[in-house]
Design a protein around this ligand. Sequence first.
Ligand SMILES: [Zn+2]
Length: 65
Amino acid sequence: MFQTLRRMMSPQDTLRIRCGACGREAAWLCGEAIARLGPDATPMDVRRRLRCGACGAAGQARISI
Ligand SMILES: [Zn+2]
């Protein structure tokens, strides 16, 4: 079974996203991450959908909570 944002995150958690290409980092609070990505997004969805705001690389995001 795949993990989803709703299962992985508690309300006080922060989703950290790091670009594997340029190293830019972003951090979203649980509510913000779910609002942007949807509660049923899997880590694979997040990687596929995010594009780096700095270098434009897609599919390079590393995520951690
Ligand atoms: Zn980047």
